[in-house]
Write a protein of this length. Structure first.
Length: 168
């Protein structure tokens, strides 16, 4: 039995802790996706994503710290499902061509990224409402960094990988 979440401040803390765990789970799966990726630009993008997520978690940890809270021991079941899904589709399925696997990889990666973007958006809004303005700004930056990263994957797909997969 977990403790009740009584107000927006407690919800803010709980969601930061949830996002921290989601980020950790995402990175463990993205490590595996790097090995599965063929396109060198895609591998690089995945490596950058890991760095960005690590940086995000550093920020989340320090925000929790500023409220006298730790990262907690929450397991984010949303990200658990998404990482299982990504690993199933990218690592366990067979593909006739590497480009098709890369296209699948992007489609799965973007689901993880979008989950993180909504997570950041939520805690940013809570931080603003609570007057935790400096941290709100940090969370907005994390959200924007994640969105930029995500857009890069869209560009990779549209510029080459989807085309290669079509020709395969
Ligand atoms: Fe979650």
């Amino acid at each position: 039995m977990t403790m009740a979440i009584n107000n927006l401040k407690e919800l803010y803390i709980a969601e930061l802790q949830d996002l921290y765990d989601a980020n950790q789970q995402a990175n463990a799966t993205v490590e595996k996706l790097i090995d599965a990726a063929s396109c060198p630009d895609l591998k690089d993008a995945l490596k950058n994503s890991i760095d960005g997520t690590k940086d995000g978690n550093k920020q989340i940890k320090s925000i929790l710290d500023s409220h006298g809270e730790g990262v907690g021991d929450e397991t984010c079941l949303g990200m658990k499902g998404l990482t299982k899904e990504a690993e199933k589709h990218v690592l366990k399925e067979e593909f006739g061509d590497d480009s098709v696997r890369d296209a699948m990889l992007i489609s799965q990666y973007q689901r993880l990224a979008h989950y993180a973007i909504t997570g950041y958006g939520t805690v940013e809004a809570f931080a603003k409402r609570l007057g935790d303005l400096e941290n709100a700004q940090t969370l907005e930056q994390c959200k924007e960094q994640t969105m930029e990263g995500d857009l890069h994957f869209t560009k990779l797909a549209q510029a080459s990988i989807n085309k290669d997969a079509m020709a395969a």
